[in-house]
Structure formats: C-alpha cells, structure tokens
Design a protein around this ligand. Structure first.
Ligand code: AMP
Ligand code: MG
Length: 503
C-alpha cells in the first residue's frame, strides 16, 4: 500500500506523574524499523469508556499497579482516550496467506502501543484491538464487540494456565459505542500482551519490498527480540529459521495435547516468537474427532484439528522463502539449507507430541507397544465419541473414560484395562501416577457452550458468570466443587459450535 506520512504523534504529558506511578515503562523500538513497516496512528476516541475486565496477575507481571488502573484512569488508558506515557501508537504492516491466498494486510483495527519493560526486564508488546480503523482497514470499521474480546480474555488465560505460550488479554473496556455486525452490539477495546506481533506475514511483507535492507532490518530486529543467542551464529538467518521451526513444532504439539483448534492459521496469524496469537475463531474439542473444525468459513477443513501440524509446516515454508536471500546468496544453496531445516519439523513435532501424550497417560518409561496403546486410545475416543478432556481427566481421577452411548462403552473398557495393566510396568505407584496426571489433564477447559452463555450474560450487563469462568479457567487442574457446570460437555443434541472471524 501507499506509504503514509509517519510522523509520530506528540506524547501525552498530562497526568504523566500518575501514569509513571502506575508503572508504565514503554519503549517503541518497533518504530526503529524502516518506515514501510508501520504507520503512526492514534486510537479513535470513544464516548464513555468503562473498564470491564482487568488482568490483575498480568498487571503485576508487567510492573503495572492494578489498583491505580482500576480507577477511572484505567478505562481512559485502555480505551485509547489517553495514551500512557511513552506510547507512540502505530499500525503494523504485514502480508499473509489467508487460506493459501496471498494478500497485503496490516493492522486494520489494531495498534501497537509500545513495548512494556517488566520489572524482570522482559519486553512485551502492548497491542490494542478494536481501537478504530487504520490505513490498513480496507472496508472494515476498525471496531470490536464486547463478546469476542472477553472470549479472547478467557481463552488466553486458560492457555497460559496450562503452560501453552500465548498472547494474553490485559484489559477489556466497553466503549459506549454501538457497532454493527449481524446485529447491533456493544463496542469494546481489547488490550493484549504478546512477546511480539512479528509474524510470518511480516517477513512476507519485508520480502516484497524492493529494498533488501528491509528484510535485513526485520531479521536483525527479530533476532534481537526473540533469539538474541543466535546473533553470533555463523548463519543467523538459518539459525533463526531452525529455531523458529522448533518453537512452532512444540507449540502445535501443546495445542494438540490440550484439544485446541486455532481456527485461522493464516501466515499473518503465526508469530515468529512461537507464541499463540490471534485468538479469534479458535475453540476446544468437546467430543474427539481429528477432522474437527469450528470456524464458519473453513469449509474445506484446511485448519482442522489434525491438520494443524501440516499447516504450521506449510506456513514455516513461507517464512523460509521470505528469508532465503539472507540464508545464502546462492539461491540453490539457500533452498537446500531451508529445505533441510523444514524437514526437521515432523520429527520435532512428533517427539514433542509424544512426550506430551506420555505425560497425559503416565507412561514415563518407554515400553514396547506404547505407540499402539496411544493410537488405540485415540481410535476408541473417536469411535465412542468420547469427550477429549473428560476422557483424559477420568484416567487421572482413577476412573474409566465414558463413551456417549452405553453400546460403545465396552471398547473404552477394554482399552482402560490394557492401560491399567501397562501402568504396572511403571516404577511409580498408581496413586502417584494419578497425581501427576491430575497436573497435566485439566478438569476444566473453555467449553464453547459455556463461553457463549457467559458472554451472553456479559453483553446484557452481568459480568459475574464471566468472572467465575475466568477464575475456574485460571486453575484448570483443580476439580472444583464450586463450579461443576464448567466441567460438563454440551448437553446431548446441542448444535455444533461455530466460531467467526473478524468479529
Ligand atoms: P484476522 O482474521 O483477525 O487475523 O484479521 C485479518 C485482517 O483483517 C487483519 O488485517 C485485521 O486487522 C483485519 N480486520 C479484521 N476485522 C476488522 C475490522 N472490523 N476492521 C478493520 N480491519 C479488520
Ligand atoms: Mg490476524
């Protein structure tokens, strides 16, 4: 797209003392990249901001004072009405393959506020979503609704609680505006935090620029942000590719082991840091099926549950293509080196996945027949239409996983007896194995039907169910007496869950 004038807006100085006290320590190193990578842009002012949710533990991690931010000042700052001291908001430019079609994109309704330096020295992006249209908005309104932003909050906190690298919501503010989707909805601004928002698509965008310096600058910047230990390597670009492949393979293995379906693994939604980003149409498996798809627009199952590893590898191939000139000046050599790196993906993924499943089943010492036992469990889950999460949790609680119909139960019973026999080969006593299973197989996940019901309540002004669900999801390995409804699968006969992009 045509480059906009990139003059930085003036920093806010009013209330600066109060904001310093709140703990803002923002830097804007992204704006040191060449100007084609971003456009300075202010958030749209909103009429009556109201803080709906503030992530207290994340505030503390970031060195922000939650009590100061919970006051009126927080709503002003997290709506974009007042910029925190040090912020120079910008919309990031990027490209991406959306459902395999290459497009020029960019933050259409998002803004990078800056990078907050935490007390431990960690640098993390603070990013708005729904803060108004940017020059990349195409025909979008630049806005977001309360429901999907609170949804992102719940999913991010859950993924974090189960140890999956992810972006997280810091705050959701209701703007007081009405926005229009299939019906009028209350508007919101989400503030999210991620290691960075450098995507495969950012590199695709850099590779498109006529100037090879663009690609070099982005690569150096990414190494500095996420892989500083690789800077001194003989071939830093190749090392970057190799490590990004490893991180992504391990991330996808974690997704698979928790029943997570990202839903929109376009190359612009894959972070080079190895974190989960863009928690839009994602959802979690209820009944197990490898072809599970939730997104309303994923008609051919491109981003189905079991296709995620292959898609990640495809996306990484797009990353490799973008940085080829930096891997070697001879194109054939560069392609060969990149190809070798990409070929490690399946093995790294498989090993990470297997390690995860072994932990979920308590199979610590490798034995003959383990792989078959694992495969047969997935076959049994599929054929008996068992609930993915509850099946693993049942094992952890010393009981047999349940099929949806009594006719199908014998298949799971037979598998369960084999598994109990197999555990006898483990050196640890059964009770100890179960305790370890309870720390990796969550009792509670963000069930789609529960998310929908708490978001409906929130949209109607009742935030209590959302707050209860948030509390439960932050402690997902506890079998809680107080929130039994968050454990239950959708009632039989419920319509299939459908999720939406661009909400
Ligand atoms: P996503 O599918 O959320 O990754 O979004 C893909 C692209 O569409 C990104 O460039 C977004 O910034 C943009 N986008 C999504 N919704 C809107 C909206 N309501 N207004 C402007 N841009 C949008
Ligand atoms: Mg996106």
């Amino acid at each position: 797209m045509q480059q906009q004038a990139t003059t930085a807006p003036k920093e806010e100085t009013s209330n600066a003392a109060a904001e310093l006290a709140a703990g803002w320590k923002l830097e804007c190193t992204y704006s040191l990249l060449p100007p084609e990578f971003y456009v300075f842009q202010r958030p749209d002012p909103v009429p009556s901001p109201r803080l709906l949710a503030l992530n207290l533990p994340l505030c503390v991690e970031l060195g922000l004072d939650p009590s100061l931010l919970q006051s009126h000042g927080g709503a002003e700052v997290f709506s974009g009405n007042r910029l925190p001291v040090g912020s120079k908001p910008l919309a990031m430019a990027y490209a991406g393959h959306q459902y395999a079609h290459f497009t020029l994109l960019g933050d259409g309704r998002a803004l990078l506020l800056g990078e907050q330096i935490s007390p431990d020295g960690t640098r993390r992006d603070l990013h708005f979503k729904g803060s108004g249209p940017t020059p990349f908005a195409r025909r979008g309104d630049g806005k977001a609704a309360i429901g999907p932003m609170l949804r992102e909050f719940l999913v991010g906190e859950f993924l974090h609680a189960v140890g999956t690298p992810t972006s997280r919501a810091l705050a959701v503010v209701a703007t007081g505006e009405t926005i229009y989707r299939d019906r009028p909805l209350p508007g919101a601004v989400l503030t999210r935090v991620a290691s960075s928002h450098i995507r495969v698509g950012t590199f695709q965008y850099a590779a498109l620029q006529k100037n090879p310096e663009s690609l070099r600058a982005l690569t150096s910047y990414t190494l500095w942000r996420h892989y500083p230990h690789l800077v001194a390597q003989k071939n830093p670009a190749l090392s970057l590719l190799q490590e990004a492949i490893h991180r992504q393979a391990r991330l996808i293995a974690q997704w698979m082991n928790i029943g997570f379906v990202h839903g929109v693994m376009n190359t612009d939604n894959m972070a080079i840091s190895g974190e989960t980003i863009d928690l839009g149409p994602c959802a979690f498996l209820d009944t197990y099926h490898p072809d599970a798809v939730f997104s309303s627009i994923d008609h051919y199952g491109r981003y189905a549950y079991s296709r995620q590893p292959a898609i990640a590898q495809w996306n990484l191939a797009r990353f490799a293509e973008a940085i080829l000139p930096l891997i070697n000046s001879d194109k054939r050599t560069a392609i060969q080196l990149a190809q070798e790196a990409l070929e490690t993906f399946p093995e790294v993924f498989h090993q990470a996945w297997l390690d995860g499943i072994r932990n979920k089943l308590g199979l610590q010492t490798p034995q003959n027949g383990d792989l078959e036992l694992i495969q047969d469990f997935f076959t049994a889950l599929q054929e008996t239409k068992a609930d993915f999460t509850l099946a693993f949790r049942a094992l952890a609680e010393g009981s047999e996983p349940q099929a949806t119909s009594t006719d199908a139960q014998p298949m799971l019973t037979r598998w369960y007896q084999r598994w109990r026999k197999r555990l006898e080969l483990e050196p640890s006593p059964y009770e100890q194995i179960l305790a370890s299973l309870r720390s990796v197989n969550p009792a509670i996940i963000p069930r789609n039907h529960k998310i929908n019901s708490v978001l409906d309540a929130a949209e109607n002004g009742n935030l209590s169910p959302f707050l209860q669900m948030l509390e439960a999801l932050r402690d997902p390995f506890e079998k809680r007496a107080n929130y039994p409804e968050f454990r239950e699968p959708p009632p039989p006969g419920s319509p299939p869950c459908v999720t939406f992009c661009g909400t």
